[in-house]
Design a protein around this ligand. Structure first.
Ligand SMILES: [Zn+2]
Length: 286
């Protein structure tokens, strides 16, 4: 067993995120098109290092770029769900959410032939129905929540939280492989504007990767077989200066005793009873 695991994840939003944002004039659309330029660069970069990864692909992207999606799958990477047109499921009725989920499963299956194991919510926001819907479809994992940094855990249903207090619900078979905004390239690097807000981004990627390396070092020092899950977007990370920093970071962290795994592989370990991310010593895991 390695000292820890790293999950490299890529959210291949392409044009779908601009559909969701309602920004469909030619220039925002072209920002989505750039994702398709970046994907082959990323696949080559990963192949050169013999690294596996997980790609969260909206159904809209699968239908827009079927050959690229097949190339991702054919090179041994995992393909997983990310909505149909990058819809925020937190605002949907259960009926609409079920329909979008089934259409997105159908799109990925039709285009890649891959067996779909997991889900990542667009904008990382779930509805109260999401965990039940994913369990009903036999999916293994979600990767959208933030209840831990290094330890996957079981998703619950029926939590009740309000001003009077907290009542924990019931754990389900669905495994959560948690994420964080601090481990996402988009808020660090991407400049976004809309009528209501501006995300400045455009930070030095070396600074972002230095933070992520410290998170990894802390994980290896303090936990047994922790999991560091980082999130990239091809349209963000796929530019020259960022790709060179990504390559440097991958080569540096490869010097540690870590293995690169897909999110489904990590979720399978947890489902099979392996505890990942337990604090070293006798401390409680949560
Ligand atoms: Zn996304």
């Amino acid at each position: 067993m390695p000292a820890g695991y790293v999950c490299l994840t890529f959210d291949f939003d392409a044009l779908s995120v601009w559909v969701d944002r309602g920004q469909l004039t030619p220039t925002p659309r072209s920002r989505g098109e750039f994702a398709a330029v970046a994907v082959p660069r990323l696949l080559d970069l990963l192949s050169r290092r013999n690294m596996t990864s997980t790609w969260f692909v909206p159904g809209h992207t699968a239908h827009t770029y079927p050959e690229l999606c097949r190339a991702i799958s054919d090179r041994g990477h995992e393909i997983a769900l990310h909505g149909y047109a990058h819809e925020n499921v937190a605002t949907m009725t259960e009926e609409v959410e079920r329909d979008v989920l089934d259409r997105s499963i159908a799109a990925l299956t039709e285009v890649t032939g891959a067996r779909i194991r997991g889900f990542r919510a667009p904008a990382w926001d779930l509805s109260e129905n999401t965990v039940t819907l994913l369990n009903e479809r036999g999916l293994r994992y979600d990767s959208s929540m933030m209840g831990h940094d290094y330890a996957p855990y079981r998703c619950r249903t029926g939590d009740r939280v309000d001003a009077s207090g907290t009542v924990w619900g019931t754990p389900t078979p669905l495994v959560e492989v948690p994420v964080s905004w601090t481990l996402d390239d988009l808020p660090h690097l991407e400049f976004l504007t809309s009528p209501t807000r501006t995300l400045p981004g455009l930070r030095d990627p070396a600074e972002m990767f230095a933070n992520w390396e410290l998170d990894l070092r802390y994980m290896l020092r303090e936990t047994e077989q922790g999991v560091l899950t980082v999130t990239f977007h091809p349209q963000v990370i796929g530019r020259g200066h960022r790709l060179l920093r990504l390559e440097e970071w991958l080569d540096r962290i490869s010097a540690h005793d870590v293995e690169f795994r897909t999110v489904a592989e990590i979720a399978d370990l947890v489902a099979d009873g392996t505890e990942l991310g337990r604090p070293k010593g006798n401390g409680p895991s949560h």
